[in-house]
Design a binder for this molecule. Structure first.
Ligand SMILES: NC(=O)c1ccc[n+]([C@@H]2O[C@H](COP(=O)([O-])OP(=O)(O)OC[C@H]3O[C@@H](n4cnc5c(N)ncnc54)[C@H](O)[C@@H]3O)[C@@H](O)[C@H]2O)c1
Length: 303
């Protein structure tokens, strides 16, 4: 089995699945994408993936001459069996729900060839909580990408209880073949490396707003100016998706039992109103032109 393999399957045709599939296609892989929802498949083909690719091209991460050939390398289906029957590596990027992921991994175990490696892009669920849904725990691991992948081409690799050295090495080789830097998490840790740090910032930014200490824009301004970043924590949560943020916080809470880890009211209220961030046009900011992207955002207001 070689992991300079030319093919990969991505399950879940949402925000991250599209980026993972696109990045693989942009580095010459043929990609199968699967989603249970016809609408997600259609949206991926017509809007999400071409949109991400145009951003990659604008950023100089892909050549405009290659645009069509990159898109042509991605095939899509709602039939899971067709997507995985020849697959060597499957990367799962469905919603952040343990039961949903376990059910899917059980299904993948039945449908994939025996040697297929099954990876999850979960932000907060360890492979060790999913692996027992399969009969191949030595071939299950976390591969955690961050968005936008073409600008942040690194991935956190984390073993479950039984992930073999061969699996880890094979996935490292695959990541190198798509120009993604693998970072190995040595001990299982909810949140890997980056998200452990991001979690502290996210939780505190939400609490500062929830407790009425400061407004959304001032929280982001403070961070952006001090850290010289192009966006603040609340703007970033809008891009990630507020429902995704909530689901991740619930996983941390389930693990810790600490009431302060529960998603705060301000987040739940937004979600209840259908304000999920950039993807719905409204979150902490309004899209497509959120205030934090305006040049005036970091300038002193005129008196
Ligand atoms: N959003 C982020 O910035 C980010 C970053 C890193 C990792 N992640 C992780 O990636 C995963 C996906 O997150 P997302 O933001 O792309 O979610 P999303 O909601 O944008 O997309 C999920 C997609 O999965 C599909 N789906 C749900 N159940 C399915 C199933 N059983 N089989 C096939 N398709 C199914 C949905 O129809 C949807 O299209 C989550 O585990 C999340 O924690 C997210």
């Amino acid at each position: 089995m070689t992991f300079t393999t030319n093919s990969v399957t991505v399950i879940g045709s949402g925000f991250m699945g599209n980026q993972i599939a696109l990045h693989c296609a942009a580095h010459g892989k043929s990609v199968w994408m699967h989603d249970t929802q016809e609408e997600a498949i259609r949206h991926s083909a017509e809007e999400t993936m071409p949109g991400f690719l145009d951003r990659m091209i604008a950023d100089g991460s892909a050549a405009s001459d290659d645009r069509q050939s990159i898109l042509d390398r991605v095939r899509r289906t709602t039939d899971l069996r067709s997507a995985v029957s020849d697959s060597v590596l499957v990367i799962e990027a469905v919603r952040e729900d343990l039961d949903a992921k376990r059910e899917l991994f059980g299904e993948l175990d039945r449908l994939c060839p025996a040697e297929t490696i099954l990876a999850t892009n979960s932000s907060s669920i360890r492979a060790s909580r999913i692996e027992s849904a399969t009969a191949r725990p030595e071939r299950v691991l976390n591969t955690h990408f961050v968005q936008p992948i073409w600008r942040h081409p690194f991935v956190e690799l984390m073993r479950g209880h039984a992930t073999s050295d061969a699996t880890l090495q094979a996935v490292r080789a695959f990541m190198a073949s798509i120009q993604v830097i693998p970072v190995v998490v040595r001990k299982e840790s909810t949140g890997f490396i980056f998200n452990r740090m991001w979690r502290a910032l996210k939780k505190e930014a939400l609490r500062v707003v929830d407790q009425g200490i400061a407004g959304v824009e001032d929280v982001d301004r403070t961070w952006m100016i001090q850290m010289e970043t192009p966006m603040g924590p609340l703007g970033l949560m809008d891009i990630i998706g507020l429902d995704v943020v909530r689901d991740i916080e619930l996983v941390y809470h389930e693990e810790s039992g600490d009431p302060s880890d529960l998603p705060p009211k301000i987040l739940l209220d937004k979600i209840a109103r259908g304000h999920l961030g950039e993807k719905t046009g409204q979150g902490f900011y309004s899209y497509p032109n959120p205030a934090w992207k305006e040049p005036e955002f970091l300038k002193p207001a005129s008196p």
